[in-house]
Design a protein around this ligand. Structure first.
Ligand code: ZN
Length: 318
């Protein structure tokens, strides 16, 4: 059975989680996200929640369980600061989970860039995909061979999410997701610099660079600071382990916040969701908060990074 949370139920759940009054009514009617955002904008409220609620721009997982379980799970996430997720999965897992919790999930279809055709991209978008994720190419992302795909995304007005930089070796071993690929992967095909050529061909294409181009940090910074429609996140296992010294040097050279480039970041974790009691994304919240504090990020920019940019990228209302 497919279960949908209505907007009203969702708001109630989120608000109850944020206020600790499970089952109670939402005051103000817009739920936890609105409460936290107001507190952030005014500088009031719990210092731990001074940044706005977040939309995780890079999440994985599949929902399996009873309707009450998803309500409880969403409440757990809201309580810990994440109100929605950009769920990146392949076909059926993605659409099944989206159908069960459309208020929580922003669906992005992960595809094989070397085999998918433009018409298949259109079909995924017609089914509800709000973006297309590319990973593990056999050629540079910037190669002409992929341009018909980018052209179709532009026509549909849907963003591309690119895995940028290093890709785990294990994914290409027997049983791994990319085992069937015809040749060995070359991580330089996923360098941030490859995005530059795409932008020159398709300046209107909205792009989210996942993992901040690990380890080509400077290249990623150049892409987001130069190209109007290019954004990046710190998701994955490496960026959040680098020092605040490195990140602050990049985004606040000599102690001066570079709002133009910092304002192109998105909150993202690349962690698994839908396992009750497991909230790995909290490590990423802690990292982003430390980063915000370190560079002196003002409330409006925090809100942009935490949720505003993702809403804009995927063409969603607040
Ligand atoms: Zn991922």
């Amino acid at each position: 059975m497919v279960y949908r949370l209505t907007r009203r139920e969702f708001v109630r759940t989120a608000a109850a989680a944020a206020t600790g009054v499970l089952g109670g009514m939402a005051h103000g009617g817009r739920g936890a996200a609105a409460e936290a955002n107001r507190a952030a904008a005014t500088g009031q409220g719990d210092p731990a929640a001074r940044s706005s609620m977040r939309i995780d721009s890079h999440a994985h997982g599949a929902y399996k369980g009873e309707p009450q379980a998803i309500r409880d799970y969403v409440a757990e996430c809201c309580k810990r600061g994440v109100e929605r997720i950009v769920l990146i999965q392949s076909d059926e897992t993605l659409f099944d989970t989206y159908a069960r919790c459309p208020e929580f999930v922003i669906p992005v279809a992960q595809v094989d860039i070397d085999t998918i055709k433009p018409d298949e991209i259109s079909r995924l978008i017609e089914r509800g995909a709000k973006g297309i994720k590319f990973i593990g190419p056999m050629h540079s992302y910037g190669a002409d061979i992929y341009f018909p795909l980018y052209e179709r995304l532009c026509q549909c007005g849907v963003p591309a999410v690119f895995h940028t930089g290093y890709l785990m070796v294990g994914l290409f071993e027997k049983g791994g997701r990319f085992y069937e690929k015809p040749s060995l992967i070359d991580i330089t095909d996923m360098r941030p610099a490859a995005i530059d050529r795409i932008v020159r061909g398709f300046p209107e294409l909205k792009i989210l660079m996942a993992h901040f181009g690990n380890p080509w940090w400077e290249e990623t910074w150049k892409m987001i600071s130069t190209h109007r429609n290019v954004y990046a996140d710190f998701s994955g296992g490496t960026a959040y382990r680098r020092s605040m010294l490195m990140w602050s040097e990049m985004f606040a050279p000599d102690g001066n916040l570079d709002a133009a480039s910092a304002g192109k970041l998105c909150f993202g974790s690349d962690t698994g969701y839908f396992s009750p009691g497991s909230h790995q994304f909290t490590d990423y919240i802690a990292f982003y908060e430390r980063f915000f504090d370190r560079v002196g990020m003002p409330a409006d920019l925090r809100a942009k990074i935490n949720r505003g940019n993702v809403l804009q990228l995927f063409g969603l209302k607040a």
